[in-house]
Design a protein around this ligand. Structure first.
Ligand code: DLL
Length: 436
């Protein structure tokens, strides 16, 4: 398979060349934030560091971390490195608690971001000949507009359909000949469901590839989406604080995670408890430093996402390091009777069971001092109309699988097909009733 690149020279740079670019960019970034962003300057002063102390890439480790709290404390624009006259756009991530985080972009940032999405699309084999069906939500969320500008930059035709109204989306896909789908993986499944309801066969569409991200999705979920939509599904990763989508992208040849666009973002993996930097291959919390962003640079931003880095070169020829699929966040982890479990691990088990539909929710409750977990999952129409005793057997079987594979005890409740609320963007997997 021949590789399609958007910026071949940068994506295939020998490591020494790449590291020398990274160092120059890091030094200029640290100087800029020290001069222009008061909270960063203060943190560096507190840590006894000046920009001149950054002499090698290793010296990055001398700099303090940045957390979501730092951004909240300086809400809305206190961490911007440019005046509002140079900012052309803001986005915000909703956040489940407290104030949202607001991020800003200059004209150049918007262009960098579009380039990164164009690279991502090329990684997935897309070209200017493609019809990109962009079902990421448009608005303060970075998904819609981020993907949109990148697809335009690639020269593809964009359908800015946003999330929702799934049946209309299927008609558009059919009539316009969409070839590339961009959406959350859970919304892709909702589209597949709408297709089924309309009696549209995926083979009657022109869809070839889906670029899915913004939420964790398991390998079994990937198989499910690929099968239901008759496409190849690849992963895209990003977060508003770093730029939005387009921080890392899985290529068609990769068997091991997504390429991080390292000429723009410097990744580290740390032990979330101690903050110690971990070597490649070890799993921990992802931390990013932006190397080229003007309006809203971040230094050692703690993402809370769990991953690890692979330094082996990829079959596609890109020399960029790869990050493992993100299976959870440090703040997503449930501790049920002392066992750690991530929703995506539960998903992986569920998706491996025949007759179970890819729509589920995890309900966490507290009984006395104990946390309990109930997994509600939809089953197919034919299974749901089966005898009660068969349903009971199936739910016991799933709960046993979860216990055997994840070591956690939970109740499994099989629910009516189409009874779990569908989302247009990120799916809500956990209903936490402990806080009520
Ligand atoms: O979700 C940006 C994005 C849009 C990425 C479209 C990919 C596609 P936020 O709303 O700020 O930004 O949420 C960022 O979503 O820290 C992860 O926890 C999660 N996330 C993003 N991509 C993935 C992925 C966008 N591919 C947060 N796999 C991140 C797992 C992901 N989790």
């Amino acid at each position: 398979m021949s590789t399609i690149y958007w910026e071949e020279e940068m994506e295939t740079l020998p490591r020494v060349g790449l590291e020398s670019i990274q160092l120059k960019r890091l030094q200029s970034l640290v100087k800029r934030v020290y001069d222009k962003v008061e909270p960063y300057r203060q943190k560096m002063i507190d840590a006894g560091i000046t920009p001149n102390d950054i002499k090698t890439l290793q010296d990055l480790q001398k700099l303090p971390f940045t957390t979501k709290d730092d951004l909240r404390d300086n809400y809305p624009f206190g961490m911007f490195a440019m005046g509002l006259e140079d900012i052309v756009r803001v986005h915000a991530s909703s956040g489940t608690t407290g104030k949202p985080t607001v991020v800003g972009y200059t004209k150049k940032d918007i262009d960098t971001w579009a380039t990164l999405i164009a690279r991502s699309l090329a990684c997935a084999g897309a070209t200017s000949g493609d019809m990109v069906h962009n079902a990421y939500g448009y608005g303060l969320f970075t998904g819609g507009l981020g993907a949109h500008y990148g697809a335009e930059k690639l020269g593809a035709t964009v359908i800015p359909v946003s999330g929702g109204n799934s049946k209309r989306q299927i008609t558009i896909m059919k009539d316009f000949g969409s070839t590339v789908l961009m959406s959350t993986p859970s919304y892709a499944l909702n589209l597949a469901e709408a297709m089924e309801e309309m009696g549209v066969s995926p083979s009657s569409l022109s869809l070839r590839v889906g670029i899915f991200g913004a939420e964790p999705w398991s390998e079994n979920m990937r198989e499910e989406v690929e099968r239901k939509l008759n496409i190849k599904a690849v992963d895209i990763y990003g977060l508003s604080e770093v730029i939005g989508p387009g921080v890392a992208q899985e290529c068609l040849q990769s068997t091991k995670g997504m390429h991080i666009f390292e000429d723009h973002f410097l990744p580290e993996i740390i032990d979330p408890e101690t903050g110690e930097v971990l070597p490649p291959g070890e799993r921990g919390e992802l931390v990013f430093t932006t190397l080229t962003k003007e309006a809203f640079p971040v230094i050692r931003y703690r993402t809370k996402d769990i991953s690890c880095l692979y330094i082996e070169t990829c079959n596609c020829g890109r020399t960029l390091v790869r990050m493992e699929k993100v299976t959870g966040r440090t703040d997503d982890m449930l501790i049920i009777r002392g066992v750690n479990v991530f929703p995506s691990q539960v998903e992986h088990v569920l998706m491996g069971v025949e007759g179970v539909e890819p729509h589920y929710q995890i309900i966490v409750e507290r009984q006395g001092t104990m946390d309990t977990m109930t997994v509600e999952v939809e089953v197919s129409d034919s299974i749901f109309s089966d005898e009660i005793k068969n349903l009971e057997q199936l739910s016991h079987g799933i709960s046993k699988d979860i216990k055997d594979i994840l070591g956690v005890t939970c109740k499994v409740k099989l629910v009516n097909p189409r009874s779990i609320r569908r989302s247009e963007g990120k799916a809500q997997r956990i209903i936490d009733n402990r806080k009520i």
